[in-house]
Design a protein around this ligand. Structure first.
Ligand code: SF4
Length: 364
C-alpha cells in the first residue's frame, strides 16, 4: 500500500500571533543543523518504507526559512524516494528564486503558500512578515519554473476583517487562478499572543454570526470560481486535491518525521516529542495500537470531513457492523438536518458543516 511521508520543520523567523503549532525561532544556524542531524537519523530509520512512499509533505513551522544549504541537505535525505506528489510549505517572505530552482531540481511539484490574507493591514495584525507583492512574486516565479500546483492558505474571521476585505481576498484568488485553496477560520488558541491579549481583555474574537457568514461567502465564491469544495476547509480546481491530506482523511498510511509529527503505520499511531531538545535524542514519544473501535471512529470523523462523505455499505462490510445500530444518534442528527444519506454515502449537510463537532461527538 502506498504511503505518505510528513516532515516537520519547527522553525520560523517570527511567531504569528495566532499560532499554536510546534515551532520556535531558532537561536542560530547551529540549532537548525543539529535538528537536521536528528531528522536525518529518523528519516533513515524508515528507509525500508521508501519504495512505498507516494507523497511527501514538508511542513512547519516554515520550511522555506532554511538556508539553501540546509534545504539541499534536507532534500538529499529524501532523494531516493520518488513520490508522485512532493509538497513544501513556503512563506512568501522567505521565497527566493534560488530556493525555487532547488525545489525544481529535487522534484518538488507542489507548493503550499502561507498567504492567509492579501490585506497588508490584517497581515500586520497577525504578525505575518510578507507583503502582497512578495506573494505575487513567489507565485509568478514558481510558475515560471513549471511548479503550477500551488495551494494557498487563507484565514478568515480575523479580528478587524470585514466581509468586503474577505471578498477582496477571494477576488484576488480568482484572478490568480490557483488550483487549490485551504481556508480556515482564525481560532483563538491557548499559548498564543492573541490568547495573552484575550486574557487581558484586549482581544475579541469575531461574533459567530459574522464568522458563519464569512464561511458561507468563502464556499459560495470559491464554488462560483470553479472550485470543488472537497473537504470542510479545502477547495480544488480540476481535481487537483491534496493527495497527501487525502491520506489523512481516508485512514491511509503515513510516516511522521520531526518534532511533534505523528504517523499512522501498520495500524499504529506514532507520536513524536514536541520539544525540540527532547526530540534530538529521542524522537518518538509513544506508539499506540489503533484498535478496531478507534478505526471505526476515525473513519467516520475523518471521512465526514470530506464532502463526498463515507460509503455506508463499504464501511459496514469492512468492520462487520451496522452503522445505525451502533450509532442510533445518527437518526437524531438526520432529523436535525446535520447529516444526510445520498446514494449510499453518509454526508454532512451545509448546516452540519458548521456544526461538525456536534456530529463528530456522537462517534467518540
Ligand atoms: S503560522 Fe506558520 S509561520 Fe506563523 S508562527 Fe505558526 S508555523 Fe510559523
Amino acid at each position: 500500500m502506498m504511503k505518505g511521508l510528513y516532515i516537520h520543520i519547527p522553525f520560523c523567523e517570527s511567531i504569528c500571533h495566532y499560532c499554536d503549532f510546534v515551532k520556535r525561532k531558532p537561536k542560530d544556524d547551529y540549532m537548525i543543523d543539529e535538528y537536521l542531524d536528528a531528522l536525518e537519523k529518523e528519516t533513515l530509520s524508515y528507509r525500508s518504507h521508501f519504495s512505498t512512499i507516494d507523497t511527501i509533505y514538508i511542513g512547519g513551522g516554515t520550511p522555506s526559512m532554511l538556508s539553501l544549504a540546509q534545504l539541499k541537505r534536507l532534500f538529499e535525505m529524501l532523494k531516493e524516494i520518488k513520490p508522485s506528489e512532493y509538497t513544501i510549505e513556503v512563506n512568501p517572505e522567505s521565497y527566493h528564486a534560488d530556493k525555487g530552482k532547488l525545489f525544481k531540481t529535487y522534484g518538488i511539484n507542489r507548493v503550499s503558500l502561507g498567504v492567509q490574507t492579501f490585506n497588508e493591514t490584517l497581515l500586520l495584525s497577525l504578525n505575518r512578515k510578507h507583503t502582497k507583492p512578495q506573494i505575487f512574486h513567489a507565485i509568478d516565479h514558481l510558475r515560471s519554473l513549471g511548479i503550477d500546483n500551488i495551494s494557498l492558505d487563507l484565514i478568515y474571521a480575523i479580528p478587524g476583517q470585514t466581509l468586503a476585505m474577505l471578498e477582496e481576498d477571494l477576488n484576488i484568488i480568482k484572478s490568480l487562478d490557483i488550483p487549490h485553496v485551504s481556508c480556515y477560520s482564525l481560532i483563538l488558541e491557548e499559548k498564543t499572543y492573541f490568547y495573552h491579549l484575550f486574557l487581558k481583555g484586549l482581544f475579541k474574537t469575531m461574533d459567530e454570526e459574522t464568522e458563519a457568514l464569512m464561511y458561507e461567502r468563502v464556499m459560495e465564491r470559491l464554488k462560483s470560481f470553479g472550485y470543488e469544495h472537497y473537504e470542510i476547509s479545502n477547495y480544488a480546481k480540476d481535481q487537483q486535491y491534496s493527495k497527501h491530506n487525502l491520506l489523512y482523511w481516508t485512514l491511509g498510511e503515513y510516516i511522521g518525521i520531526g518534532a511533534g509529527a505523528h504517523g499512522f503505520i501498520d495500524n499504529h499511531r506514532t507520536y513524536n516529542h514536541r520539544i525540540i531538545s527532547t526530540y534530538l535524542h529521542t524522537p518518538q514519544e509513544r506508539i499506540e495500537l489503533q484498535t478496531r473501535e478507534l478505526n471505526i471512529q476515525d473513519e467516520l470523523i475523518f471521512g465526514l470531513r470530506k464532502m463526498s462523505g463515507v460509503h455506508i455499505k463499504e464501511l459496514e462490510e469492512k468492520y462487520q457492523f451496522d452503522l445505525f445500530e451502533r450509532y442510533p444518534k445518527l437518526y437524531e442528527m438526520m432529523e436535525l438536518g446535520l447529516v444526510c444519506e445520498e446514494e449510499g454515502q453518509l454526508k454532512l449537510t451545509l448546516k452540519g458543516i458548521f456544526l461538525g463537532n456536534q456530529v463528530f461527538s456522537i462517534f467518540v
